[in-house]
Write a protein that binds this ligand. Structure first.
Ligand SMILES: Nc1ncnc2c1ncn2[C@@H]1O[C@H](COP(=O)(O)OP(=O)(O)OP(=O)(O)O)[C@@H](O)[C@H]1O
Ligand code: SF4
Ligand SMILES: [Mg+2]
Length: 358
């Protein structure tokens, strides 16, 4: 058994008012919470040591809300949601913590019960639609298969009719003909629409979109984001949107969680965070984002690179790159995620100073 709790700094706290060690208690779901993740830790065995990809992540998703997960490459965004979706092989992945969907314990419930939820009540759209589709099966068959797997007894004819309706719904022209086509006959944007059709087919409560537009060109990116927003409004599902892009977070989400080195370092309402970040890493991500009003001004990138996940620095993991660093930042367990303003939390010792404008 791999120990995933070697360092005191690993604990995240959704609220400053809770004493240490009470992370699970702080996420006891109120009635509108669909998904509650508490103290999630994921490590992978590797020849170079234990890769500590997720280090004590706690969050909850309310029904119908849109939440962004923002962070540089390697910060643990995909691994966190892959754990929710049950996509990690155990081993090499070692997972601890608690993931509950409407009270069902997804890490410990029997496979029969978790299968009923994953892919059905919670579904996912991946970054690269082309590799996610099976090249040897028609798109209609692949969409229809979802109904046959999750709703036993569904006829082929019904499944095909549903597939055509869904393809229509996500904006595939001539859906009646294309339903018999193969993935290689579709553009990247069309393939992503098919993936979205599959993800919404069973009317999930939560859709997780992991960088859903990265592999697409800019015009198609905007269309796909507009489609996701429209579907969310129509169906009332919650949307978890993973991205590197502060612009996408700003335009498409109500709440944001910023990840660094496998932890949430800032969370809260998107508008408030982007107006005045309470963590230097968030501020750095915002400065590295091109904006119209910054024409002719040099883009500031965060200096240095994210840590190697087999050797996360002691103290605040961001300290080697942080312009605000002080002696307090480099040792001990590092700052946990604490409340800093209404509905806002930050894992920086000097968050209150930042929010106050210092
Ligand atoms: N199967 C695996 N085995 C070993 N390490 C892994 C595995 N999957 C992910 N990792 C490591 O876990 C860390 C977090 O990876 P993750 O894919 O969650 O990053 P991310 O934030 O989604 O990045 P990106 O924006 O590039 O997609 C990285 O250091 C990555 O190399
Ligand atoms: S705790 Fe210190 S090193 Fe970490 S983000 Fe805050 S100021 Fe920077
Ligand atoms: Mg990823």
């Amino acid at each position: 058994m791999v120990d995933l709790n070697p360092a005191a700094e690993c604990g995240e706290r959704p609220s400053s008012s809770e004493p240490p060690g009470s992370a699970a208690a702080t996420v006891t779901p109120p009635t509108d919470v669909a998904l509650a993740v508490s103290d999630l830790r994921v490590a992978f065995e590797s020849p170079h040591g234990l890769v500590r990809a997720v280090n004590g992540v706690s969050f909850s998703i309310r029904r119908g809300e849109t939440v962004g997960i923002l962070g540089e490459s390697g910060s643990g965004k995909s691994v966190s949601v892959s754990a929710v979706m049950g996509l990690l092989d155990r081993p090499p992945a070692h997972i601890t913590g608690d993931i509950r969907f409407r009270g069902v314990d997804l890490l410990r419930a029997p496979a029969r019960e978790t299968r009923r939820i994953r892919g059905n009540r919670i579904s996912m759209v991946f970054q690269d639609p082309v590799t996610a589709l099976n090249p040897s099966l028609t798109v209609g068959y692949q969409i229809g298969e979802l109904f046959r797997v999750h709703r036993p007894g569904t006829s082929r004819r019904y499944a095909l009719r549903e597939a055509v309706e869904l393809m229509d719904r996500v904006g595939i022209p001539s859906a009646r003909e294309r339903v018999h086509g193969y993935p290689h006959e579709l553009s990247g944007g069309m393939s992503q629409r098919i993936m979205i059709a599959m993800a919404i087919a069973l009317k999930p409560d939560i859709l997780i979109a992991d960088e859903p537009t990265t592999a697409l060109d800019v015009t198609v990116q905007a269309q796909i984001m507009a489609l996701l927003a429209e579907l969310r409004r129509e169906t009332g599902m919650a949307l978890i949107l993973i991205t590197h892009d502060v612009g996408v977070v700003s335009e498409c989400t109500e709440r944001v969680m910023v990840m660094y080195a496998g932890r949430i370092v800032e969370s809260g309402p998107t508008g408030a965070i982007l107006a005045r970040p309470a963590h230097p890493y968030t501020a750095g991500l915002m400065s590295s984002m091109p904006r119209a009003e910054m024409k002719n001004r040099r883009l500031v990138v965060i200096e240095g690179a994210p840590p190697v996940m087999t050797a996360i620095p002691p103290g605040c993991a961001f300290h080697p790159r942080c312009g605000r660093r002080r002696p307090l930042c480099t040792g001990g367990g590092g700052p946990g995620l604490r409340g800093v303003a209404e509905e806002r939390a930050s894992a920086c010792h000097f968050a209150a100073e930042m929010v106050a404008g210092g």
